[in-house]
Design a protein around this ligand. Structure first.
Ligand code: HEC
Ligand code: HEC
Length: 381
């Protein structure tokens, strides 16, 4: 039992070369996790849109590590196994009380407070991964859940994802504080222990398995198995058509007539009422005469009506449905459009390769299909 391993040793037993506590797989897990969480944190907080690919890649990496850690919690070496650091709430409380009094016992593996933190970190990271994939699928129509989550759920998940991210930062802070405190109290550099795997305690007082070698060979096998199973499952799920997009039969009249003076704006970028007004006022269309014969006009009106933003569940359609009350005909006047482009200076839109705000295609390579994915954005020089 976990409590039995408490070896309330006098501090200062740095006499030996040390005993192996953290096996190599656990240490690699730990430092890979640090690296990937740092990557996800930086890309997430600083530039979620531009670095989405890297952010998601880090998230996938963390997911693989978490699955590995759970399996390793049962199949790893002694101190990696959950059973070796599973404490009751009473034990955790007692440990904290003793720590405050300065007479907490020493643990070879995780102490009760550290163990609780490990479980909490694994839990919050799992919740971050799950909510992240819901955001990716719902809001961006990408990833394994693109076909299964709608935009609103993605938006809700985004709020949860962000709260969890702050919670994680706070927990990492507490974890570091705990490591520093325990390092001082036990005169054992715990960071170094997580690098070398060794702690300097009297060998005869160390319970359980201390020789990792017979077990560690399982680690690459487990990792390979996870990837072998998870990759095809992810691929199959990601191959389902994204739920935000419907099959659109393009209309030749629309493409040529409405793509004459500017790009043919994807029908999902405005609601039905806006398209109806645009089509009813072509004689004076933003100061230009864009009038059409009745047959062509009816055909285009029907097409725009059929595929207006109400039909789609993409990010652009959901957000651009809300037009500006004074200028309901202008995509670029909508609150969302203005908010997303507020950092782009007016001079940039005047660049030769762009020309105007309305030339979506200059910066959004996928403007023609209404997707407006983050990875397809690039502002030409
Ligand atoms: C004769 C040229 C001409 C034709 C043809 C034309 N437009 Fe326009 N359109 C303009 C101009 C000029 C503007 C003002 C904004 C700009 O300069 O891009 C505009 C703006 C728009 C906008 C607002 C874009 C924004 O900045 O938010 C929409 C939507 C639009 N047009 C739809 C259509 C549709 C639908 C058709 C086809 C029925 C069409 N246009 C055909 C010239 C044209
Ligand atoms: C000068 C380049 C430029 C032009 C022109 C432009 N955009 Fe953008 N757009 C951007 C950039 C850059 C971003 C990302 C802003 C950010 O980081 O939040 C963006 C973001 C967006 C987004 C949000 C994408 C997402 O998933 O977060 C949508 C939707 C969008 N633009 C639609 C349009 C439409 C519609 C037009 C044309 C009417 C347009 N944009 C014209 C540069 C441009």
């Amino acid at each position: 039992m976990a409590s039995g391993e408490k070896t309330a040793m006098a501090a200062g037993s740095t006499n030996l070369a040390g005993v192996k506590v953290w096996d190599i797989a656990l240490r690699l897990f730990h430092w890979s996790l640090v690296l990937l969480v740092a990557t996800a944190t930086i890309t997430g907080f600083l530039a979620a849109e531009q670095w989405l690919d890297l952010h998601v890649a880090a998230g996938i990496g963390i997911g693989v590590l978490l699955i590995f850690r759970v399996i390793w919690g049962f199949a790893g070496s002694y101190y990696a196994r959950f059973a070796s650091f599973f404490f009751t709430p009473g034990q955790v409380a007692e440990h904290l009380r003793e720590t405050l009094k300065g007479k907490a016992g020493r643990y070879i593996g995780h102490n009760p407070a550290g163990a609780l933190m490990v479980f909490a970190l694994l839990g919050v990271l799992t919740a971050l991964g799950v909510s992240g994939f819901i955001v990716l699928g719902g809001q961006e129509n990408e990833g394994a859940l693109a076909a299964f989550v709608n935009y609103q759920s993605g938006k809700t998940a985004r709020n949860i994802h962000e709260i969890l991210a702050f919670l994680l930062l706070a927990m990492i802070g507490a974890h570091l504080a705990g490591v520093i405190m325990e390092s001082i109290l036990s005169r054992e550099n715990l960071v170094r222990a997580m690098i070398t795997g060794r702690k300097h305690v009297k060998a005869e007082r160390v319970p359980g398995i201390t020789d990792e070698s017979p077990i560690v060979w399982r680690a690459p096998l487990i990792l390979a198995l996870i990837i072998l199973i998870a990759a095809p499952v992810y691929q199959v799920m990601a191959n389902y058509p994204a739920s935000g997009f419907i099959q659109m039969k393009a209309n030749a009249a629309w493409a040529s007539e409405c793509g004459d003076c500017h790009i043919a704006y994807h029908p999902s970028l405005l609601p039905r009422s806006s398209w109806r007004q645009i089509m009813a006022g072509l004689e004076d269309h933003f100061g230009e005469d864009a009038s059409l014969d009745k047959e062509t006009k009816d055909q285009i009106t029907a097409f725009l009506n059929e595929y207006a933003s109400e039909r789609w569940d993409s990010e652009a359609a959901n957000e651009l449905r809300r037009t500006d009350a004074q200028k309901p005909l202008e995509i670029t006047a909508s609150p969302y459009w203005k908010q997303r482009h507020r950092d782009i200076a007016a001079e940039i839109f005047k660049r030769k390769a762009i020309g105007s705000k309305g030339n979506c295609l200059a910066c959004h390579k996928d403007a023609a299909n209404g997707r407006f994915a983050d990875e397809e954005i690039s502002i030409p020089e």
